[in-house]
Design a protein around this ligand. Structure first.
Ligand code: SAH
Length: 257
């Protein structure tokens, strides 16, 4: 009897403790947060899971190994850079239109170019073709100072707003104009990443690399190849990587030499 009473008492204590714990948890999780905020948090969680899957299935599976690139692509909210797109599709294995006939590159291509740039902070990178701002954000998330030039004004303005909203206000500088001449005021760069296909390699971009720095650029008109040009003390070393398909680089690069 005595024993039975003790058990009952401890059961009641246990129930009280669990009840208080549940209350505490409910406050901790819910607290002052409204149901709209909770829904937004759970959507962000879902999108973070989609990013993790993208990194596994599209990047690691295809041989991307640079830890900074993988971590940056797990972090940057790609769905914010494609206005009007259903966020749940932002992590699919494909490019998307961003307006003005331009596109945000496929995640794998962004990762490949970022890896080929071979960056370690402190690093300073020039990007030609800001487009959506996504590639610039990935480079910034890797720990670099990024300078990015966009030819089409409306895209440049839109990317600037998104980059500021996503917290890259300090780490990404943008400019509207023709990227052909680079951004000599901020040279030399550890890397220059061109995200539009050039019919020929712009000499000013090569000239703005530091010794050991790399230009990553799709070259060609009908058939395009991704190339890496590494600056050496005595010139440049060129390496062809893979066939690619980018929108054309416009402006001065198309004028006859
Ligand atoms: N890096 C972008 C991809 C943009 S697509 C992203 O992550 O979304 C290529 C971009 O290059 C387009 O926005 C296009 O307008 C721009 N572009 C084309 N020629 C250019 C030039 N000469 N100078 C600067 N930007 C250029």
């Amino acid at each position: 009897m005595h024993e039975v009473d003790l058990k009952a008492a401890s059961r009641t204590r246990l129930q009280t403790v669990s009840f208080s714990l549940i209350l505490l948890l409910a406050f901790a999780c819910g607290g002052s947060t409204g149901s709209a905020d909770r829904a937004a948090t759970s959507q962000e969680d879902d999108l973070a899971r989609r990013r993790a899957t993208m990194v596994e299935d599209q990047l690691l599976a295809r041989g991307i190994r640079d830890k900074r690139v993988l971590e940056a692509m797990r972090t940057v909210r790609r769905h914010r850079y494609v206005p009007g797109l259903d966020a749940t599709h932002a992590y699919d294995d494909r490019p998307y239109p961003i307006g003005e006939g331009q596109t945000i590159s496929q995640p794998y291509i962004v990762a490949l170019m970022s890896e080929l740039a071979n960056l370690d902070p402190p690093c300073r990178v020039l990007e030609i073709g800001t487009g959506s701002g996504y590639q610039a954000a990935v480079l910034a998330e890797m720990g670099c100072d990024v300078y990015s030039i966009e030819l089409i004004e409306s895209l440049g303005i839109q990317a600037r707003k998104i980059l500021d909203g996503e917290g890259y206000g300090d780490r990404v500088q943008t400019r509207i104009g023709d990227g052909y001449a680079g951004w000599p005021e901020h040279a030399p760069f550890d890397a220059v990443v061109v995200t539009a296909a050039a019919p020929r390699v712009p000499q000013p971009l090569l000239d703005q690399l530091r010794i050991g720095g790399r230009l990553v650029i799709p070259v060609g008109v009908f058939r395009q190849e991704l190339e890496v040009h590494t600056r050496r003390k005595d010139g440049f070393k060129r390496k062809k990587i893979v066939d690619v398909r980018f929108v054309p680089m416009l402006g001065e690069v198309r004028e006859a030499r």
